[in-house]
Ligand binder design. Sequence first.
Ligand SMILES: *[C@@H]1O[C@H](CO)[C@@H](O)[C@H](O)[C@H]1NC(C)=O
Ligand SMILES: *[C@@H]1O[C@H](CO)[C@@H](O)[C@H](O)[C@H]1NC(C)=O
Ligand SMILES: *[C@@H]1O[C@H](CO)[C@@H](O)[C@H](O)[C@H]1NC(C)=O
Ligand SMILES: *[C@@H]1O[C@H](CO)[C@@H](O)[C@H](O)[C@H]1NC(C)=O
Ligand SMILES: *[C@@H]1O[C@H](CO)[C@@H](O)[C@H](O)[C@H]1NC(C)=O
Length: 349
Amino acid sequence: MTAPDSWVPFRQHCQLSLYLLAIMTFSFLMHLHCRFFTTRQSLPSLNTTKGSPATPPTTTPTTEQGMWTVNSTRRLGNQMGEYATLYALAKMNRRLAYILPEMHQQLAPLFHITLPVLSSDVVQNIPWKDYELHDWMSEEYRHIEGKYVQLTGYPCSWTFYHHLRQEILQEFSFHDHVKEEANRYLAGLRGQRRNVTYVGIHVRRGDYVWVMPQVWKGVVADKAYLEKAIGYFRAKYQEPVFVVTSNGMEWCRENIDASQGDVYFSGDGRESSPGRDFALLAHCNHTIMTIGTFGIWAGYLAGGETVYLANYTLPNSPFLKIFKAAVAFLPQWIGIDADLSPLQSGATG
Ligand SMILES: *[C@@H]1O[C@H](CO)[C@@H](O)[C@H](O)[C@H]1NC(C)=O
Ligand SMILES: *[C@@H]1O[C@H](CO)[C@@H](O)[C@H](O)[C@H]1NC(C)=O
Ligand SMILES: *[C@@H]1O[C@H](CO)[C@@H](O)[C@H](O)[C@H]1NC(C)=O
Ligand SMILES: *[C@@H]1O[C@H](CO)[C@@H](O)[C@H](O)[C@H]1NC(C)=O
Ligand SMILES: *[C@@H]1O[C@H](CO)[C@@H](O)[C@H](O)[C@H]1NC(C)=O
């Protein structure tokens, strides 16, 4: 081999590496982006027509009304947002919605979802037209063209589906055994209390702990936020019981004061199988969330009061270009402002 010959593959190798690096960086940024929300003040309002009856799961779907699906990305909270968005947009556009096997695999063990599942070979043989969504509802989504549409992007906003709230809650109703396990667990925490109120707490830690300060000039929930949120419920309800779930349980044990005997650290923190934690939170009466779609969906399903961390980035954060609280949190939810002083002093969480 001559020198130039061997140089070529080397250079190609370099280019390939750069290319892969670029892809990884891009998907990493998308990944960060997808966990949060962006906004547009265009909310669904009108009643939608009946378009997608609950068809039983099938692998040979009718093509009369075409076939819409949604890409299946990331973990539970995102998958739920994708499912609910597909459900709502297909209905608005009078198309039949089907889900990918990957989504079925994540959601069906927990919920009574009704959208039929495509088999992998059907998926591969359909000439899908990708339709990229931003994270919130927009007027143009009422008129999406195409018989075989795959919605993509990271939809995560109640503005897509809140007008169908009852149907969405029905789709995300738990299987009996999941429900029973959660209720049994909660009943076990009750002790001698006669008039108990369960408050689920989800503390999102993990990668957010460095991603928020380093990428988004923001913070994650701190000790003071959780104290305020817990204080709110202690003041309002007679006999509250707080059920903590987190992917950083050690931090929770060190930072949440359990000395009053009403705080229980319950989650198993496994992000790979988040069903148990999620079911516990959803069966509580009220919710304290920090950030992320998992907590948002827990609050949505629990259906009581939800307290969330608000204003958790600096005013000049790039995050604010893609995020507005208005489409992420329901209007009646209660925000508690984050303490941004760790960012101003240069320290990171
Ligand atoms: C719209 O929905 C509301 C509440 O679900 C219902 O009372 C009303 O009759 C509906 N309107 C139309 C035009 O379907
Ligand atoms: C669908 O999701 C997969 C897995 O996250 C991703 O690799 C792929 O690029 C997505 N497709 C589109 C069209 O967004
Ligand atoms: C139970 O507690 C709630 C507040 O937590 C209170 O409004 C209600 O009156 C209590 N019920 C009884 C029977 O004490
Ligand atoms: C609170 O949650 C428990 C457990 O899910 C449930 O049994 C109870 O009915 C709820 N209480 C209220 C007032 O909704
Ligand atoms: C967050 O910041 C906005 C804009 O400065 C302010 O209007 C709002 O009251 C703050 N707090 C909450 C909980 O939304």
